[in-house]
Design a protein around this ligand. Structure first.
Ligand code: HEM
Length: 299
């Protein structure tokens, strides 16, 4: 990790920046309560915020810590001790498994929030501009150090393994990348086939070869399967970008396929037995879907 002196050189941090922050040292104290409310409203944009901030106790603790961080952004001396504090925040985020993307995105929110408040208080003067530049540098330094913990954790894990393990990790990564690409291409091709199939079914209905009721239900079923495949594709793309794979999407595809079958069979009253069997399968898949959903949202 870089030292505070190196960071200051890399980000062009000067005496003027320290003075600029000192000029608005009141800003942190004045707005910290409003900031934390807005920040938490913003965090609700992340689909799994409650996974990391699961209950009131953790949220309360986190709110206090973030408020402290916000106020000290303007008042703290940018020295080795401050750097250690930032690094510890990063380590805590690594420990709870928070995706670094969340921290990066949140910092963008903080940047905009401060810019708004500064303009409100000081207008768009030259001085306000210069202060804003210094605040942006401070935020960049903060983000750099916090994100460094994630990079170092990755590196630590990688270096902890021996030469052959590293070779194995590299090759497994390549193979896994090949599998993922193959799956994405296959899903895309299946999706295109399904679109052709839907168009073909619409053609049959229009020509009168397929009764309207049966045709409509069959098309509806095919669209449902197409929707499930598109979900699977989106999930696989997220997986390639580094997220964990969600099992519930696979169950979702199975559900869509069974529901499609039910839609078609529902028009044949003589197939009651088959309909009952498929309903039981749908119910079981629904329960599995719900169980996976509950487990995944707690992880
Ligand atoms: C600008 C972005 C963020 C800042 C400045 C920040 C700040 C902090 C600070 C100061 C701590 C206390 C670290 C310690 O003393 O060990 C902390 C811990 C934590 N942060 Fe963040 N955080 C940010 C983003 C997030 C996000 C996006 C989440 C989740 C969605 C999150 C979840 C947590 C959790 C769960 C803890 C541990 C809380 C505890 O159990 O005490 N943080 N964060």
């Amino acid at each position: 990790m870089e030292t505070i002196e190196e960071l200051k050189v890399h980000y062009g941090w000067t005496e003027e920046d320290e003075e600029n922050l000192a000029k608005v040292s009141w800003l942190g104290e004045k707005y910290k309560e409003d900031f934390i409310e807005e920040f938490y409203r913003y965090l609700e944009n992340f689909s799994d915020t409650s996974k990391y901030l699961p209950d009131e106790e953790v949220r309360k603790r986190h709110k206090e810590k973030v408020k402290g961080w916000f106020a000290s952004l303007f008042t703290s001396k940018y020295d080795a001790q401050y750097l250690r504090k930032l690094y510890r925040i990063g380590e805590t985020h690594v420990r709870i498994g928070l995706p670094p993307h969340y921290v990066q995105a949140s910092m963008n929110f903080v940047r905009n929030y401060i810019a708004d408040k500064l303009t409100m208080e000081m207008g768009s003067t030259l001085e306000a501009n210069s202060i804003l530049k210094s605040i942006n540098k401070a935020l960049d330094i903060n983000l750099d150090v916090m994100i460094n913990s994630f990079r170092e954790e990755e590196l630590r894990l990688y270096l902890a393994s021996g030469k052959y393990q590293r070779l194995l990790i590299e090759n497994v990564r390549r193979v896994s990348w090949f599998f993922d690409t193959f799956i994405i291409l296959t899903l895309a091709v299946v999706g295109v086939f399904l679109i052709f199939w839907i168009v073909y079914e619409i053609g049959l209905v229009l020509k009168g070869d397929f009764p309207l009721e049966r045709g409509g239900l069959s098309i509806l079923g095919s669209v449902l399967v197409l929707y499930a495949i598109s979900e699977l594709l989106a999930e696989e793309i997220k997986h390639i970008r580094g997220s964990a794979l969600s099992l519930k999407v696979f169950v979702g595809v199975a559900l869509a396929a069974v529901i499609r079958k039910i839609l078609i069979i529902s028009l044949s009253p003589e197939k009651v037995q088959e309909l009952i069997t498929l309903s039981v399968v749908t119910l079981s898949l629904g329960v599995v879907f719900w169980l996976i959903y509950r487990v995944e949202s707690k992880l």
